[in-house]
Structures are given as structure tokens and as C-alpha cells.
Write a protein that binds this ligand. Sequence first.
Ligand SMILES: Nc1ncnc2c1ncn2[C@@H]1O[C@H](COP(=O)(O)OP(=O)(O)OP(=O)(O)O)[C@@H](O)[C@H]1O
Ligand SMILES: [Mg+2]
Length: 272
Amino acid sequence: MAHPVQVIAVTGGKGGVGKSNLSVNLAIGLAELGRRVVVLDADLGLANIDILLGISSSKTIENVLAGECDLRDIMVRGPGGIRIVPAASGTQKLSQLNTMEHAGLIQAFSELADDIDVLIVDTAAGISDTVISFVCAAQEVLMVVTDEPTSITDAYAQIKLLNRDYDMFRFRIVANMVRTPQDGHALFGKLTKVTDRFLDVALQYVGAVPQDDAVKRAVQRQKAVVEAYPRSRAATAFRALAKKVDAWPLPATPRGHLEFFVDRLVQQQIGA
Ligand SMILES: Nc1ncnc2c1ncn2[C@@H]1O[C@H](COP(=O)(O)OP(=O)(O)OP(=O)(O)O)[C@@H](O)[C@H]1O
Ligand SMILES: [Mg+2]
């Protein structure tokens, strides 16, 4: 049996709040701590991870499903030793898998499980079925919020949907683009104020990432900020977040097995 793999979905409802940057920098931070990390780019939008990091791959999950190659073959090496499963039209196709493909994907992921400790799933903005499926299939939900009314209301709406329709109740929160650590706490306070009032959910604060131009400069250079500007405030914050995430308890089996992630993912998408 494979060992448990921590599967973390990075989400948040609103676009442009910093999900992909968090996914990548957190992944590198965890890799620096000795974890073997894979980032699954589940975003088909424009600002996806291959663009963020200036990497490209010719093969997609579709090739895996067609039996033409292994998941290993489509993974791309990223900075800091992380590996990335690139976004592909295949991600969309996950919603229409037949039984054979379903089994094939589970097999592909379970073969991978032996050499990965953490799988970070970077989701697209919004609350499409695909986003919800990825989030529901993960064990940890990391929501990125910024101090804008639309970010808070979108995060709230996503939490409400996940709670009401999918029985999820535990959410981890990262405040991004804050001016001070206090602002991060205040932002978390704003969100819990509404969730405590209207929902029966548990929000856990992970920490904050400051608004830092180094992030923008790194994005322009198609690099992760922890690599391009390792001493920047944002990089320091990302590393601190990685330390916290590294200390999270590992999932208890069998829910923690990677093949169950895919299984739940597909179940969600076929509405089972
Ligand atoms: N901590 C930060 N400080 C300054 N700028 C930031 C920070 N985090 C993100 N940004 C800016 O926000 C932009 C969007 O970030 P990112 O692509 O990670 O967001 P996203 O939530 O993944 O977006 P999408 O919803 O489109 O996938 C980045 O290109 C960067 O310029
Ligand atoms: Mg993104």
C-alpha cells in the first residue's frame, strides 16, 4: 500500500488573488524542507503555472489516459525540485471519463504515490464544477483571500457552497497582499465574522503574505519569488507558511492515499 500523500487544494473563489503564486511558492518552500512535492495545475485559464514559471510540456493528461505515456512522463521539473503536472485540455476532460479512463487515472496516480509527499492542486477562479470537484477531493482546503470586499464575499460563497452541498466544514485561510501581519488577522476576522454567524464551519488561519512588488517582478521574469528574490518579504512569508503546512498532521489512511484523491475527484464529477 502506498504511503499517505497530503493533498492540498488552493482555491478562493475570486480570480487574481494569488492562488497560483501561493501554490508554486508553497511547493518550493515545502521542497526546501525536504518534501517531495507535485503541483497539479488544475487551471485552464491564462495565468496558469506553466506561464508563471516559463515552462512548457508537449504532453498532457489526455496522453496518459490514452495509455500513450505515464503521469511521470508529462510531469515537468520546476524550480527547487518541484514537479508540475501541467494544465491541459485534459483537465476539462476529467469530467467525462469513462470507466477505463477512470481506472487508468487512478492507476497512474497510485504509481506516483510512492515518490510524492505532497500534492498541491492549484484551482481556477470561480466555483465551477471542476473547481468544486478538485476541492472536494483534497484533504486540505487552502483558501486565499485578499482585503477586498469581492474576495471576502467570493470566499464566503465558496465556503457556503462547499459546506451546504458537500458537507465540508474545515477550511484553512491565507491572507494575501496584506500591508501588515495585523491586517492579515483583521481580514481573517472579517471572514470568520460572517461564517460564524451564518454557517457551521471551522476556519483556521494559516498566515499572511505581504503585498510585495517582488512578487510582480518575479512573475514578469517567469520565476517564483522564493527563487528570484529569496530575501524579499513575500518569500520569507511563503517559507513561513511552508513550515506551518509541513507541520499539519498527515491524513489518516485510506483517505490519504493518492488514488482515493482521484477516485473522489471522478466520483464528484460524475455526480456519484
Ligand atoms: N503577495 C503579493 N504581492 C504583490 N502582488 C501579488 C502578490 N500575490 C499575487 N500578486 C499579483 O497578483 C497577480 C495574480 O496572482 P496569481 O496568478 O497567483 O493569482 P490567481 O489567484 O492564481 O489568479 P487566477 O484566478 O487568474 O488563477 C500576480 O501576477 C501578481 O502580480
Ligand atoms: Mg491562478
